[in-house]
Design a protein around this ligand. Structure first.
Ligand SMILES: Cc1cc2nc3c(=O)[nH]c(=O)nc-3n(C[C@H](O)[C@H](O)[C@H](O)COP(=O)(O)OP(=O)(O)OC[C@H]3O[C@@H](n4cnc5c(N)ncnc54)[C@H](O)[C@@H]3O)c2cc1C
Length: 301
């Protein structure tokens, strides 16, 4: 039996002295913001480099993993690493301001310091799509954790038959990384990416589709028997997308989604990110649909 002293009680578990030692095993590293890039309306990408050169060189992450990004004196939040895992010296975090920490981040500029703890979480299993088609379905800010998977897939493009990226957003201004996406689309030969975009509302200048992201499925001509799906976006969007994919015959075991929950410790102790038996910080954020599907249907879980 543990003799550890409870230090802090979360909704699910207790953070004890023993647990806090494990937390100390993944310390926050001080990092400097190198660039701040507007990547969509109200959305900035912070390119940060860990200050300690030794730590910076040994830091690696996998597609879909997150950092706990900290603002001094304000707090720490989970943010997906949106850059290329093959280039981990400078890490991109794409953030939409919505509250205390994200608004504090908004006030920072190149040269300011933040903290980075991580990387955490189960990554996108890009290798599972080998030999078949990889279908990416992104809604709004959901493109941030998917971009790292797209980079990895492009680097290994020869391992997949088709690489299809479907993007939906509320308006053209909310589409993340628009310039980069058009570069992906124009990759040729073995590197080719099939890209389709849609928005809920647009004026006459918008050259792509109008409608929800599922309206792109017929255009993409998905072959359900060989397709592996990665999806991230608002939960309602993922529910509808998955419902249609299942109806088309894509097996549950080949649909992967990234879940967002309020997260505080990121090491499976505080319980804030618990969904049924799972902790999003460590068992996720990427889940296979047959693991999490029924829990997604439970209200307020
Ligand atoms: C695995 C994971 C990956 C994430 N990746 C990104 C990312 O790449 N970019 C990004 O901008 N955000 C991402 N988020 C969401 C981000 O962590 C929250 O927006 C952030 O914690 C809000 O902190 P705040 O202090 O600014 O807001 P707060 O002041 O804490 O809250 C502002 C409002 O947002 C709500 N809120 C807070 N966190 C969440 C959440 N996770 N889901 C839904 N509502 C929430 C609060 O209830 C409140 O209404 C991710 C979250 C998780 C769990």
């Amino acid at each position: 039996m543990s003799t550890a002293t409870p230090m802090l009680a979360g909704p699910g578990r207790r953070l004890t002295v023993e647990n806090s030692r494990m937390l100390a095993g993944i310390p926050p590293y001080v990092a400097t913001i190198r660039r701040v890039v507007p990547d969509a309306e109200e959305t900035l990408t912070y390119w940060v480099a860990i200050d300690d050169p030794q730590v910076r060189r040994s830091y690696h992450f996998q597609p879909g993993q997150i950092s706990m990004l900290g603002v001094f004196g304000v707090g720490e939040i989970p943010i997906s690493i949106s850059s290329d895992p093959a280039r981990p010296l400078v890490l991109a975090h794409t953030v939409r301001a919505c509250g205390r920490v994200t608004n504090a981040l908004k006030a920072l500029k190149a040269g300011d310091q933040v903290t980075v703890r991580g990387p955490f979480g189960r990554p996108w299993p890009v290798e599972r799509a080998r030999g078949g088609d990889l279908l990416i379905v992104a809604g709004g800010l959901g493109m941030a954790p998917l971009r790292s998977a797209i980079y990895t897939a492009i680097r290994n493009r020869g391992s997949f038959r088709r690489l299809i990226v479907l993007v939906g957003a509320r308006s053209p201004e909310q589409i993340l990384f628009p310039y980069e996406m058009s570069l992906w689309e124009h990759l040729l030969g073995m590197h080719r990416v099939e890209l389709h975009q849609t928005v809920d509302v647009a004026d006459g200048d918008w050259p792509h589709d109008v409608g929800v992201v599922t309206t792109l499925f017929p255009k993409a001509e998905i072959d359900p028997l060989v397709t592996t799906v990665f999806t991230c976006g608002p939960e309602i969007m993922m529910r509808f997308a998955i419902r249609d994919l299942l109806a088309m015959g894509v097996p549950k075991k080949r649909i992967w989604l990234s879940m967002e929950r309020n997260m505080q410790c990121a090491v499976k102790f505080c319980g804030h990110c618990q969904i049924g038996p799972y902790f999003v910080c460590e068992d996720g954020p990427v889940f296979r649909y047959d693991e999490i599907g029924e829990l997604m249907e439970v209200d307020e879980l």
